[in-house]
Design a protein around this ligand. Structure first.
Ligand SMILES: C[S@@+](CC[C@H](N)C(=O)[O-])C[C@H]1O[C@@H](n2cnc3c(N)ncnc32)[C@H](O)[C@@H]1O
Length: 278
């Protein structure tokens, strides 16, 4: 049986997660407070991800080498099934903070409309939309990400008909769509702090490139289209984003807020910002 994902507790710059059958500790720089339930962190921990450089690290497993899994599956609270594949950056394939707001935006988008989704990764913010009948154009520069996004659609027996997969640099794709005169009723971008496209000169740095990306994404919207931006860089606070969007898009309405993952211990872990430009 596929078991669920749950954030159990967070604190002392770490988070404790039940990722299906495995109880795992990962770094969590924003959890600056003490752990709420320290006794839970010593019992039956299956693995801990330990950073060895600023970006990368190693997984220390407490189970026999022959039983260490390369991948497995978990269920989200809404019953969807997801591939888990831990990597050297400490990512596992899901970002649980997306599951909370996707339901809300799916009700604000025009029903079953066409949605451009930039930086799709394994699709934490996308699979539920496909399940609800939206036609997604999923863009990501990584082949592994696209393969796992398709696997997540298949895990949930979702038809790939009408779903586009684009393995390309997000900004390059947006510019090409503008030249083609393409329009979308909904655009979503989960902007990474830093990321590479498919070609050597294609680099996304949030500090330098976010504004151009936002301006160009807005050009792709239909008149009553909706642009949803999520980001995880602490520098772009909701107050800063509100001023920025007010200036860039005075003809639209912007709302910004923090997004959270609720831990079983009761703590609501701040996990990035949601910007709606409608
Ligand atoms: C944090 S993940 C996005 C999470 C995803 N939205 C979700 O819901 O799970 C960042 C993704 O952006 C992709 N990426 C980074 N830079 C990119 C670029 N310049 N063009 C396209 N994709 C890029 C990475 O391959 C990675 O899959």
């Amino acid at each position: 049986m596929i078991q669920t994902y749950q954030l159990l507790d967070c604190g002392d710059k770490q988070k404790l997660e039940q990722i299906g059958q495995y109880k795992i500790i990962r770094p969590c720089p924003q959890a600056l407070w003490p752990k709420l339930n320290p006794e839970n962190w010593t019992k039956k921990i299956d693995a801990e991800f330990v950073r060895t450089t600023e970006e990368k690290g190693t997984w220390d497993w407490n189970i026999p080498a022959e039983r260490i899994p390369e991948n497995w599956k978990v269920k989200s609270p809404n019953g969807l099934i997801w591939n888990i594949e831990p990597n050297d950056f400490g990512n596992i394939g899901i970002f649980a903070e997306h599951w909370g707001y996707v339901e809300e935006i799916s009700e604000e988008f025009a029903p079953k409309c066409s949605v451009l989704n930039l930086f799709t990764y394994f699709g934490s913010n996308a699979v539920r939309l496909v399940e609800k009948g939206f036609s997604l154009t999923a863009v990501d520069s990584s082949k592994l990400a696209m393969t796992n996004y398709v696997a997540n659609l298949e895990n949930n027996k979702l038809d790939r008909n009408g779903q586009r997969l684009i393995k390309e640099d997000a900004y390059t794709f947006v510019q090409r769509e503008i030249r083609r005169g393409a329009k979308y009723p909904a655009v979503m971008a989960d902007a990474p702090s830093y990321g590479k496209g498919t070609k050597k000169n294609e680099m996304f740095k949030i500090e330098d490139d976010l504004i151009d990306l936002m301006v160009d994404c807005e050009k792709l919207l239909t008149e009553d289209g909706k642009f949803v931006l999520t980001l995880h860089s602490p520098r772009f606070t909701p107050a800063i984003l509100e001023i920025l969007c007010g200036q860039l898009f005075p003809h639209r309405t912007t709302t910004c807020r923090e997004i959270f993952i609720e831990a079983a211990s009761g703590i609501k872990l701040p996990s990035g910002f949601l910007v709606k430009i409608y």
